[in-house]
Design a protein around this ligand. Structure first.
Ligand code: SF4
Ligand code: SF4
Length: 480
């Protein structure tokens, strides 16, 4: 079925949207701003509870300390990422590949079972849009007909007052959410200091907050369902992840058709009241089948159940069910695709936890200093190295730097690392050292190993470096 139909009339081409057109576009191509009606019912009550809980979690995570750090703290400045007591350094972020793979396939499993339940119930965008911004709008502007009437009304005292109040609250809310977002990247103490200092002292952070506030205000006050319809990539993937056994929100055609007023002879259960369409936040008619715009919010289920209750008919004309279920068949939960998704989710999460066990409490990186690769003076051949020690522990630790005796020739020694090196928690220290050998003992360039041991012997790391010197076949060493 084409998305549009063309009409040739008096030489002019007119395009009429049909059932599969985007429901939020007017015939002239302009945006059709939706005013979804309020829906009340069991699913809305459950969604509100879930949304409230999620908002508490979003706000609380940067405040709850776990192992001395916020539960989730993406410390970009220090290149450390804290997740519920687990700290990863920037160089450990390759682990994120496995974690994201595992989580993505977990979401695929949920989608293959329950369609876009994530979108309608737990997506932060839906949570804030449906349960914060739209509720405030309803409080100020009234129900759907009142909002539409106010939209169409000419500017007057009432409209100006309501608009200023509503958009003022929207801006403040967006500012608040932007600060919550920022608290995941900077410490609460730092954020508090910034909030009380002049913007000139933290222009970047101030700019980020302004940008986020503007983006959130734009999205939640105007763009709204368009984000889910045209921008969200997960919504576009939906049809590839679901099948006839996926439980989605749908309309029972067998029971509902043909539509007709209550009491009409031969009519199905649907009384064509359009209540399910009026409450839909994306403006679709679920009776036309599952559509990409459906975010699975269940508002139409509550709305239709309410109508059915009033008509003294069984609920569930619009309900959660699979296509097979709507056809009168059975829903199979275990299918090839769910097994495949489970396998890849388990693989990703298992690889992540196994990789975690390979993380070491310390890292060592020895690099030759810039400049000449070696020096020969005072009867000694010298190489200079910088030894970088990264302490991956949450506590300070001391390390001794030595040469591995099994790898060095007679007479080779290290200068500059006589004292243990103390490294702060999750910190790093660079120690310059000189490795030297009397020229009488020197035979040739050779690999040697630098040994870094944590005091108390808890951990140890070795790094091989090349000790360089002159090639004695061509260079006559001065006599000692
Ligand atoms: S709310 Fe129920 S009865 Fe009313 S139009 Fe929708 S499906 Fe039909
Ligand atoms: S069709 Fe129903 S479940 Fe889908 S978005 Fe509209 S109201 Fe929500």
């Amino acid at each position: 079925m084409p998305a549009t139909q063309s009409h040739e009339k008096s030489g002019a081409r007119r395009v009429t949207p049909n059932l599969v057109s985007v429901t939020t576009i007017n015939q002239d191509g302009s945006r059709k701003f939706l005013h979804p009606a309020d829906s009340q019912g069991r699913f809305m009550r459950w969604r509100r509870m879930v949304a409230f809980l999620l908002m508490v979690i979003y706000i609380a995570l940067p405040w709850i300390p776990v192992n001395g750090y916020p539960a989730v703290f993406l410390d970009v400045a220090e290149r450390r990422f804290h997740f519920f007591g687990l700290t990863l350094a920037a160089q450990d972020m390759w682990l994120g590949f496995f974690l994201i793979t595992g989580l993505a396939f977990s979401l695929f499993i949920v989608t293959s079972f329950l369609g876009r339940i994530w979108c309608g119930w737990t997506c932060p965008y839906t949570v804030f849009l449906e349960h914060v911004y739209r509720r405030i709008e309803r409080l100020i502007d009234g129900d759907a007909p009142a909002r539409k009437k106010l939209d169409d009304a000419p500017w007057g005292l009432e409209k100006v007052t309501k608009r200023v109040l509503k958009h003022g609250i929207f801006v403040l809310l967006s500012l608040g959410i932007a600060h919550v977002f920022l608290s995941y990247f900077v410490s609460i103490r730092q954020l508090y200091a910034w909030m009380h200092g002049p913007p000139s002292q933290h222009t970047l952070a101030f700019g980020v907050v302004l940008f986020l506030t503007a983006g959130l205000y734009f999205a939640f006050s105007w763009f709204r369902e368009q984000f889910c319809i045209i921008l969200c990539p997960y919504g576009r993937l939906q049809s590839a992840l679901t099948d006839d056994n996926t439980v989605v929100i749908g309309y029972d055609q067998k029971r509902g058709e043909p539509r007709g007023k209550a009491g009409t002879a031969g009519a199905g259960a649907c009384v064509n009241c359009h209540r399910c369409v009026q409450v839909c936040p994306t403006g679709i008619d679920i009776r036309n089948g599952l559509q990409l715009e459906c975010i699975g919010c269940a508002a139409c289920v509550d709305a239709c159940d309410d109508i059915m209750t009033k008509l003294d008919r069984p609920k569930g004309l619009v309900r959660y069910d699979s296509f097979n279920g709507f056809r009168g068949g059975k829903t199979r939960f275990i299918r090839a695709r769910t097994i495949a998704y489970m396998f890849f989710a388990a693989l990703g999460l298992a690889a992540f936890s196994m990789s975690l066990s390979t993380l070491k409490p310390m890292r060592v990186l020895a690099k030759r200093m810039q400049g000449l690769p070696y020096f020969v003076s005072d009867g000694t051949v010298r190489n200079q190295f910088n030894i970088r020690i990264l302490n991956e522990r949450q506590t300070a630790a001391s390390y001794t730097i030595t040469l591995d005796p099994a790898s060095v020739p007679q007479g080779m020694r290290m200068v500059g690392a006589e004292e243990p090196v103390r490294v702060p928690p999750l910190g790093e220290v660079v120690k310059p050292v000189i490795i030297a050998i009397p020229q009488t003992e020197y035979k040739a360039s050779q690999p040697i190993r630098i040994l870094v041991s944590e005091t108390g012997g808890a951990s140890q790391a070795k790094q091989e470096v090349e000790f360089l010197g002159p090639d004695l076949r061509y260079v006559q060493m001065p006599p000692h």
